[in-house]
Design a protein around this ligand. Structure first.
Ligand code: AMP
Length: 571
C-alpha cells in the first residue's frame, strides 16, 4: 500500500515539526473558536497564546458531559466546529469503563495516512515486503447507534468498515468481506483458510495487538484438521454460513489440493508447536503486532510460535489520535521508539518525574528533552482540547527535529495492596524475570494478568498465568513443578520496587506473592468475556490487571494450582 506516500513525505514532515504543529493548532482553533466549549475560555479568539494560557488541561471525565450531550443529540458545535460523525469506543478493558471519543473523517484520514507511511517504512526495511501478501487478521463489530443515531464502535471497526480501509486491504490474503463478517469464529476460520491456501506468498503475519494472535494459534490447534480437510476436498465447511465469506473464500480455496493438506497435517501433527508460524508460512519475514507496553507479556509465546521472527510494533495510536511510527521496525521490542507525526493533531506534553508525578511544566512537541518522561495531551480536529492521554512516554532521541518516544506504561498505578505504587512497567519487569525461569523448564507463558487481593490479611498480589509445555508429553496434561513455580513467585518479588520489598519483608504488611496457574484456553475465555461486554477483538489487549469481579470469576473458575513465594525478598 503506498497511497501516494513515500519516504520524502515523512522526511518533509519530521523536518518541519514545529511549523506543522503551529499550523495544526491554528487550523483547529479557527475551526473551533466558537464552539460552546472553547468559547468559555477564549471568547471567540483563536489566539494560540491565549489557548495555552486559558484552556485547561483536562481528562476524559472532565469533558465527558460535553461529549455525552453530542451523543444524545445536541449539535456537534458544543465541542467541534467540524461535524462529529462517529464515536470511537476505546477498549478500556482494565477498569471495565469504556470511553467514547467524538470523531470524524479527519481521524480516519489520519489513520490511513499513518498506516500508509508505516508501510513505506516496512518496505524500506523488509526485503520483498511489497511483493508478498499480508496475513493480517482483522475483525469488526456491530456498530451500535448513540441515542441521536450516530454510529458508535471501536475505532478499528469504524475504520475497517469505512471507505478508507478498502484501499489498504489490497495485498491481504483474505478478501475484504471476511473482515466484515459479524461472527468472529467464522471470520477467524476463513482468514486462516485463505492464509493457508496462499502460504507461499505470505511475507507477514499479524494482528493489531498480540492477545488475538495467540488466540488464533490456539484456534488453529483446534481446527487444523478441519482446515486441511477443506483444502483436501476444495469445499468450505458447512458451518461457514455467512454467504459473502463463503463465496469469496471458496474462490480462493479453488480445486482440491491433497498435497497442501498433507503438508499442513504433517506440520500440525508434530508434538511441538515451536515455530508453527514459520513452518506453515515459510516465507514470513516478520510478525506485525504491537508488543510494547503491556503487550510485551506476549513476547515469549510469539517468539516460540514464530521461532523468534522479528516482532514489529509499527505504530502508536489510540481512539483519540494517531501519534507516531516506529522508523526502525526490525528493532528489538525493548528498543522500539515511536516518532510522532506532527500533522496528526496538536500535541503537548506534561513533564512527569520518573514516578509519573506531574511537574508543572507543559511543553510543545519539539521542546521535549532527551531522557525525560512525559504524558501527552491531545488537541484534535474532533473536539478534544488539551486532553490527557493517560500514557507515560520517555524521549529516546530525535529524528531531524522530531522527538522519538519509548512507550513506558499507562499512567495509573495498577497494583496496590498497601501503600506501594506498583506500575505496569514494574509488573512487566517482574514477568520478564519469571519468564526466564519458566523457559528454563521448557514452559511457555501464553496468558497473564494479575490483581491485588485485599480479602486476605495482609493483602497480596495474585498473578494468573496460563502455561504451555514446549513439547507436548502426549497426555495434554501440564506437569507443574512446585519448585519452579515457587521460584517464579520469588524472582517476581525480587524485581518489584524497594518499597514493595520492605512492606513485604520487615513490615509484613504485604503477604506472599501468589501464582495461580489456569487451564489452557482460560485467556481465550477472558477475551470472549470482554468481547461479549462490547470490547473489540481487533483492539483487545489482555488487561495487565483486573478489577472487575465478573472477569476475575472467569479466571477463578479455571484455576488448576496455586503457588506462593516462600521467602521474603532481599531489601
Ligand atoms: P484504544 O483507544 O482502545 O485504542 O487504546 C489506546 C491505548 O492503547 C493507548 O493509549 C496505549 O495505552 C495503548 N497503545 C496503543 N498503541 C500502543 C503501542 N504502540 N505501544 C504500547 N501501547 C499502545
Amino acid at each position: 500500500m503506498s497511497l501516494g506516500c513515500d519516504f520524502s513525505v515523512l522526511e518533509e514532515l519530521i523536518s518541519n515539526a514545529k511549523k506543522i504543529q503551529d499550523n495544526v493548532l491554528d487550523k483547529i482553533l479557527k475551526t473551533n473558536a466558537n464552539t460552546e466549549y472553547l468559547h468559555r475560555f477564549l471568547e471567540g479568539s483563536s489566539d494560540k497564546e491565549l489557548f495555552r494560557k486559558n484552556v485547561p488541561v483536562v481528562s476524559y471525565e472532565d469533558v465527558k458531559p460535553y461529549i455525552d450531550r453530542v451523543a444524545n443529540g445536541e449539535p456537534s458545535d458544543i465541542i467541534s466546529g467540524e461535524p462529529i460523525t462517529t464515536f470511537n469506543r476505546s477498549s478500556g478493558t482494565s477498569s471495565g469503563n469504556q470511553k467514547i471519543y467524538p470523531t470524524n473523517n479527519i481521524y480516519f484520514e489520519n489513520l490511513l495516512f499513518g498506516y500508509a507511511l508505516s508501510s513505506v517504512v516496512m518496505s524500506k526495511h523488509v526485503d520483498g515486503y511489497k511483493q508478498g501478501k499480508m496475513m493480517i487478521f482483522r475483525f469488526t463489530h456491530q456498530i451500535s447507534p448513540t441515542p441521536c443515531g450516530l454510529p458508535i464502535a471501536p475505532a478499528l471497526t469504524s475504520f475497517t468498515k469505512s471507505k478508507y480501509y478498502s484501499r489498504m486491504a489490497k495485498n491481504s490474503t483474505s478478501p475484504y468481506v471476511v473482515a466484515l463478517c459479524p461472527d468472529p469464529k467464522q471470520s477467524m476460520y476463513c482468514q486462516l483458510l485463505c492464509g493457508l491456501v496462499q502460504r507461499d506468498e505470505v511475507v507477514s503475519v499479524g494482528t493489531t495487538f498480540p492477545s488475538v494472535l495467540v488466540q488464533i494459534v490456539h484456534f488453529l490447534e483446534n481446527y487444523w484438521k478441519e482446515l486441511s480437510s477443506n483444502i483436501r476436498s476444495g469445499h468450505v465447511s458447512d458451518w461457514i454460513t455467512d454467504l459473502s465469506c463463503r463465496d469469496s473464500v471458496s474462490i480462493i480455496l479453488g480445486e482440491p489440493n491433497a498435497e497442501l493438506a498433507d503438508l499442513i497435517e504433517k506440520e500440525c501433527r508434530q508434538e511441538s508447536w515451536q515455530g508453527i508460524i514459520t513452518r506453515l508460512w515459510p516465507k514470513t519475514k516478520c510478525i506485525e503486532t504491537i508488543v510494547t507496553g503491556t503487550m510485551s507479556q506476549h513476547i515469549p509465546a510469539l517468539d516460540y510460535y514464530s521461532n523468534k521472527l522479528p516482532l514489529v510494533s509499527k505504530v502508536y495510536a489510540s481512539s483519540e489520535a494517531f501519534y507516531g511510527l516506529n522508523l526502525n521496525p526490525l528493532s528489538k521490542p525493548q528498543h522500539v521508539s515511536y516518532t510522532f507525526l506532527p500533522n496528526m493533531s496538536y500535541f503537548e506534553f506534561i513533564h512527569v518525574d520518573a514516578d509519573g508525578e506531574a511537574t508543572s511544566e507543559i511543553v510543545d512537541l519539539v521542546d521535549v528533552k532527551l531522557g525525560d518522561y512525559y504524558e501527552p495531551l491531545v488537541t484534535n480536529y474532533s473536539g478534544l482540547h488539551r486532553c490527557k492521554v493517560g500514557d507515560i512516554l520517555q524521549v529516546t532521541g530525535f529524528y531531524n527535529n522530531t522527538p522519538q518516544f519509548r512507550f513506558v506504561r499507562r499512567k495509573n498505578t495498577v497494583l496496590c495492596v498497601d501503600v506501594e505504587p506498583t506500575t505496569e512497567e514494574d509488573i512487566s519487569k517482574a514477568l520478564a524475570r519469571a519468564t526466564v525461569v519458566l523457559e528454563s523448564s521448557d514452559l511457555i507463558l501464553t496468558g497473564f494478568t494479575c490483581y491485588g487481593d485485599i480479602s486476605t490479611v495482609p493483602g497480596h498480589y495474585v498473578f494468573y498465568v496460563e502455561l504451555k509445555a514446549k513439547v507436548n508429553n502426549g497426555t495434554n496434561v501440564l506437569q507443574l513443578d512446585n519448585k519452579v513455580l515457587v521460584e517464579c513467585c520469588c524472582v517476581m518479588e525480587e524485581s518489584l520496587s524497594s518499597l514493595y520489598r520492605r512492606l513485604r519483608g520487615d513490615e509484613g504488611s504485604i503477604g506472599a506473592l501468589e501464582i495461580r496457574v489456569v487451564q489452557k484456553g482460560t485467556f481465550d475465555s477472558l477475551m470472549e468475556f470482554f468481547v461479549s461486554r462490547g470490547s473489540s477483538i481487533s483492539q483487545y489487549k489482555t488487561p495487565i490487571c483486573i478489577k472487575s469481579a465478573e472477569a476475575l470469576q472467569v479466571l477463578e473458575d479455571k484455576v488448576l494450582a496455586r503457588f506462593f513465594s516462600d521467602r521474603s525478598p532481599t531489601l
